[in-house]
Design a protein around this ligand. Structure first.
Ligand SMILES: Nc1ncnc2c1ncn2[C@@H]1O[C@H](COP(=O)(O)OP(=O)(O)OP(=O)(O)O)[C@@H](O)[C@H]1O
Length: 268
């Protein structure tokens, strides 16, 4: 038996005992009559990095947005099925969406800091929720920026505009802003696609660090990125979940021919 297969087995054994944080059951999502996600079911493990891959338009972002109900903002969107988070169906009409988005935070493709200071970007939502004590806010700002690996770069200019930061720093600020809400799940929609290779590497390093504390779901078009940072990978095609498995398996020995064709660059 090769050393690699021994490693694979131990990885799989650990994962089997892992707790799930999200349980997707028979989920379908429509925009008017267009069904963008087709009756998918899978479980997302706690403290894993789960990558969603697949060609453009296959439903990755639609699925990701449904996990913190961002699709609610699109009037023609509707969904069927369930996404269970701690046994609560996120899609229920009586869910407190504001509270849900604190628990399940989202970072978008393009860094979108507020046109405010670095400090105020972090504290904006927290102050809104009623926390005004300066030393508490200072502590949250420092710990969030440290977790996002940005503190050392900005600690001397917290009151400067966030827009003065580089693209990569802005994206880490957006991650820090999300972390400040103390989420348990982080949804990342192509967070590196607008960034240079060095910023990209920093975000990947950060994701690997954050997964000890958070469960992370990331949409990426970058196959190398998915294989470098994720524990499990879900391959979407035309709204179907074609295959979902341990990342190493998907990238070395997928079950489905379509998965193999996609990851080897034959389409998409
Ligand atoms: N706001 C919207 N209104 C109507 N249809 C939409 C909307 N957003 C997405 N769709 C449709 O849903 C389907 C899935 O799109 P989605 O953006 O989820 O795919 P994706 O896999 O994330 O693509 P990409 O990799 O290009 O971001 C596509 O047919 C798309 O046209």
């Amino acid at each position: 038996m090769s050393a690699l297969s021994l490693v694979d087995r131990s990885v799989i054994e650990v994962k089997v005992n892992q707790e799930n944080i999200l349980n997707v059951k028979n989920l379908s999502i429509y925009y008017g009559s267009n069904q963008a996600v087709k009756n998918i079911s899978f479980e997302i493990a706690k403290n894993d990095v789960t990558a969603l891959i697949g060609p453009s338009g296959c439903g990755k972002s639609t699925f990701l947005r449904s996990v913190n109900r961002m699709n609610d903002l699109i009037p023609i969107s509707r969904s069927e099925g369930e996404i269970l988070y701690e046994d609560i169906n996120i899609l229920d009409s009586n869910i407190n969406v504001v509270a849900l988005r604190k628990e399940i935070g989202m970072v978008f493709q393009k860094p979108n800091p507020f046109p405010k200071s670095i400090y105020n970007n972090i504290t904006h939502a927290i102050r809104f929720s009623g926390i005004r004590n300066k030393s508490v806010l200072d502590e949250i700002v420092e710990s969030s920026l440290r977790k996002a690996a940005l503190w050392d770069e900005v600690k001397d200019r917290l009151h400067k505009s966030a827009l003065s930061l580089s693209g990569g720093q802005q994206q880490r600020l957006c991650i820090a802003r999300t972390l400040a809400m103390k989420p348990s799940v982080l949804l990342l929609d192509e967070p590196c696609s607008a960034l240079d290779p060095i910023s990209n590497a920093k975000i990947e390093e950060l994701i690997l660090d954050l997964k000890h504390e958070y469960s992370i779901v990331i949409v990426t078009h970058n196959m190398h990125q998915a294989s470098r940072i994720s524990d499990r990978t879900a391959f979407f095609l035309n709204g179907d979940l074609v295959e979902y498995d341990i990342t190493e398996k998907i990238f070395t020995n997928p079950n489905e021919k379509k998965t193999e064709e996609y990851i080897s660059g034959r389409f998409g």
